[in-house]
Design a protein around this ligand. Sequence first.
Ligand code: GRF
Length: 212
Amino acid sequence: MRIAVLVSGNGSNLQALIDAQIGKQLSGQIIGVLSNKANAYALERAENADIATAVISHKDYPNRESFDDAMHQQLLAWEIDLVILAGFMRILTPNFVSQWQGKMLNIHPSLLPFYKGINTHQRVLNTGDRLHGCTVHFVTAELDAGQSIAQSIIQVTLHDNVESLSQRVHELEHFIYPQVAEWLCNGQLTWKNGQAYFNKKPLERPIQFARF
Ligand code: GRF
């Protein structure tokens, strides 16, 4: 599988994917890293690993459609099979998403379907939830609403704040994201007509990892 990772920022999940590839826990190959921000630290991580990079700034395009089309052309040029969103902070157009159906993953820092969107850690603290975590899901046109594949769960403690939750959830992400990517690369995870299959059986609920 030829993989592209889309980023906007730090790229610690990209690093986890690079490390998994180097450690042979990821059988796909990261061909390119595409950022909408020229100053994203993730680009340095890619360069350090000798991975091609491309910067396509949304500010250079008059609308979402033309920006997404420029990204699509880059993905085609790299002959990509699997697109991994890793802290990519742009909403994608339905047309772009439909061209990568079943071939595009996202990781979100909450236990979806709860807390779609941003500021998830603060919202979990505000509500007083005892459980939190992250979700890897297929990307569909509706934000953070594609079928969830796997979740990793932590218990929120009385001592947690936004920073500690962000750090604890990131640790989970770095484990779960390469794992799900590998399931797609080795064929254990497939997708057909809007439905995920794991080991050839329809996936009815996300595979859960708990760390208590
Ligand atoms: C992660 O928390 C991920 O869940 C969200 O964006 C953040 C990216 O972090 N989609 P990093 O850039 O990979 O460190």
